[in-house]
Design a protein around this ligand. Structure first.
Ligand code: SAM
Length: 328
């Protein structure tokens, strides 16, 4: 088992398949970033992903989420999904849904039933402004397609003050007749993403806004859940808030992240990473490296900051990759 110094068991692995994406959201993939995309040979191959996944599963990992960049832009994404579906783990996917219509059969055959889709605006023009691309209609129709095919769809909305916070109630109204599960995510700081604490719209602010119009009830959760879920009586969907900045949930953390270039991160905010791919390619045993990476995990927020969003004035104080290079 992968247990850290704070007795946290790590049984949820997120694997990034690529740092490339067909959207260009500035909070995730900074335009002025000096960081270059990795080349194909720097990425783990299908065999390497399969091999490493097997090692983690042998150490007690029960859930694997494929992410990126956009995982579905990788040419061999179908093969990776097929290969990982042989393991007795819950396989999940985070996607912007642009290519979902080309993957329905693969996802169904792999037994994937729950999909996280990013969508920060319900307005076509605002979507284009945030993502730098004109794919709103495609994303909306692919969400409909997932729902028609009875997938459990969670919609991730990164809430940024004065960018899309005015749309929170529109997202809530969407849950009235449609069984979508909205997850409002507090805006987080990463290298080059122009984060500052005044742009964070907190869990408390989100709830206050919703409660002005709706009566909401908390849904009980598992200690590992990052999202604080709520329901509104009569609505087919639900909503939740991921309060990383205002109310971090590190004490129940069970997550580890493998970047597309084969580096293990023990926290989204960790400065350090452990290079599994180079060791694997040299024929070395990677298990001691995995155990070391978990053993040195900080108690909270990668050891980079301690509490509230107000404690750090801007993203330059954070030493990390951009989100697109980590795998969200
Ligand atoms: N392309 C896939 C997708 O769209 O879900 C997977 C990768 S994306 C990096 C995963 C999630 O991270 C998305 O929901 C995205 O909105 C979120 N994300 C990226 N940067 C973020 C930030 N600075 N703060 C909060 N969430 C962020």
């Amino acid at each position: 088992m992968l247990i850290d110094a704070y007795h946290r068991i790590h049984d949820y692995l997120r694997i990034s398949l690529t740092d490339k994406c067909n959207l260009k959201c500035s909070y995730c993939d900074p335009v002025d970033s000096e960081i270059e995309s990795s080349t194909q040979s720097q990425f783990m191959t299908v065999d390497e992903i399969d091999h490493l996944a097997g090692i983690f599963i042998g150490e007690g990992v029960k859930k694997i989420r494929l992410t990126g960049g956009e995982p579905l832009v990788r040419k061999d994404a179908k093969e990776i999904i097929r290969r990982l579906s042989k393991y007795k783990v819950e396989l999940a996917l985070s996607t912007n849904a642009i290519l979902i219509d080309q993957f329905l059969d693969t996802l169904q055959s792999a037994g994937i039933r729950s999909i996280n889709v990013s969508l920060d605006s319900l307005q076509k023009e605002k979507f284009a402004q945030i993502t730098g691309r004109d794919y709103f209609d495609k994303v909306k129709s692919n969400i409909d397609l997932l729902l028609e095919n009875r997938f459990h769809v969670k919609v991730n909305v990164v809430v940024i003050k004065n960018v899309n916070h005015e749309e929170i109630l529109d997202f809530i109204r969407w849950t009235e007749d449609v069984p979508v599960h909205i997850r409002f995510i507090e805006f987080m700081p990463f290298s080059g993403n122009h984060w500052d604490h005044e742009k964070v719209f907190t869990h408390r602010e989100i709830l206050d806004l919703i409660q002005k119009e709706f009566s909401v009830q908390r849904i009980p959760t598992d200690p590992h859940d990052t999202a604080k879920p709520y329901y509104i009586s009569g609505h087919r969907g639900t909503f939740a808030v991921i309060s990383t900045m205002s109310e971090p949930f590190c004490q129940g953390c069970n997550r580890i992240r493998l970047t597309a270039d084969g580096k293990l991160k023990n926290c989204l905010f960790s400065k350090g990473e452990t290079d599994l791919l180079t060791a694997l390619r040299k024929g070395e045993d990677v298990l001691p490296l995995i155990k070391y990476c978990i053993a040195v995990k900080n108690e909270r927020l990668g050891g980079q900051f301690s509490s509230l969003a107000e404690a750090i004035p801007n993203a330059d104080m954070i030493d990390n990759r951009s989100m697109i290079k980590i795998g969200g």
